[in-house]
Design a protein around this ligand. Structure first.
Ligand code: GLN
Length: 301
């Protein structure tokens, strides 16, 4: 059910995003290469449950790196801050998402939004990732078997990252198993409305939109949103914060998940991504909404 109040706003975001050119559908994961570059969808869900979506709202896509904030939240909930941050940092890396960089000295990944950092947080989580993502989305999610298989086959770099992290003692347990669980969470299929509900769970401080039922501790969500703010858009995190002004995380499938605490969860999807792996039109749609709604984090309300 799209909130009528939001329809002009969402249509405006689509129209604005549709004018944006550039970007390319990724090919390094062959199962993503066939995505229709014309797909475009945007959705918003408020913590009180008000929801709206526009564009290709039936399109289903894998979360890819948009899963990272949620797995980080799960790791923090299971193990606490001190333990998790012995394994992964909270600093921007200034490097591409799949970089092999680790912090000098500790040898830990810079943050949980990079691939190596997310593989480490995945290794810490004991299980129940799909269940957790499903609870955030408000329905039972599934893994796209073709995408999972494709990531496994084309996954040398991520496998190497898992072994690198294991070599530095930040990854816990078997690196092969950790990277496979990472591939699985990346291959979880959602619609833009699912992803906006997940965003609203973060925007609600860890409570489910509509019901207010607590799923994640508020302190955990604050940490996740802080790291999304500084690291969620990789090397474009700074310009994104200046321009759009809210915590967000991109996925190379072309999705974007963004949340403004207490206000709104936003998701957008359009497959062509820029050199950082951020969807050019999803960014445009989200930035349009935050500007129209006056949601820049650093504006005086
Ligand atoms: N599964 C992708 C990878 O590991 C996720 C990267 C991304 O979405 N930025 O390469």
């Amino acid at each position: 059910m799209t909130s009528e109040r939001w329809r002009p706003l969402l249509d405006g975001a689509l129209a604005e995003a549709a004018t944006v050119r550039g970007g390319r559908v990724v090919t390094y994961i062959p199962a993503l290469a066939g995505a229709d570059p014309r797909l475009l969808a945007v959705a918003m869900v408020a913590p009180d449950g008000e929801a709206g979506a526009a564009g290709d709202r039936e399109a289903v896509f894998p979360l890819m790196s948009a899963a990272k904030p949620f797995v980080y939240a799960l790791a923090l909930a299971e193990h606490g801050f001190a333990k998790v941050h012995e394994h992964v940092g909270t600093e921007p890396s200034g490097a591409p998402f799949d970089a092999t960089v680790v912090r000098s000295g500790s040898g830990t990944p810079f943050n949980a939004m990079t691939n190596i950092g997310a593989i480490v947080t995945t290794s810490l989580v004991r299980g129940g990732v799909l269940e957790f993502l499903s609870r955030c989305a408000g329905r039972s999610l599934e893994v796209d078997a073709a995408v999972l298989d494709s990531q496994r086959r084309a996954g040398d770099r991520n496998k190497a990252l898992a072994y690198l992290a294991h070599g530095h003692s930040s990854l816990v347990g078997d690196p092969a198993e950790a990277v496979d669980r990472y591939f699985t969470q990346c291959a979880t299929r959602v619609t833009v409305t699912d992803l906006a509900r997940m965003a609203a769970t973060l925007a609600g401080g860890g409570t489910l939109p509509g019901t207010g039922e607590r799923l994640i501790e508020a302190r955990v969500v604050r940490t996740v949103l802080a790291v999304m703010t500084t690291c969620g858009m990789y090397q474009a995190s700074g310009s994104w914060l200046v321009h759009a002004g809210l915590p967000a995380k991109s996925g190379v499938s072309g999705c974007l998940v963004a949340a403004l605490p207490g206000r709104i969860g936003i998701a957008a999807y359009s497959p062509p991504v820029d050199e950082h792996g951020n969807s050019v039109r999803a960014m445009a749609a989200c930035a349009y909404l935050t500007q129209r709604l006056g949601l820049h984090l650093l504006d005086v309300p």
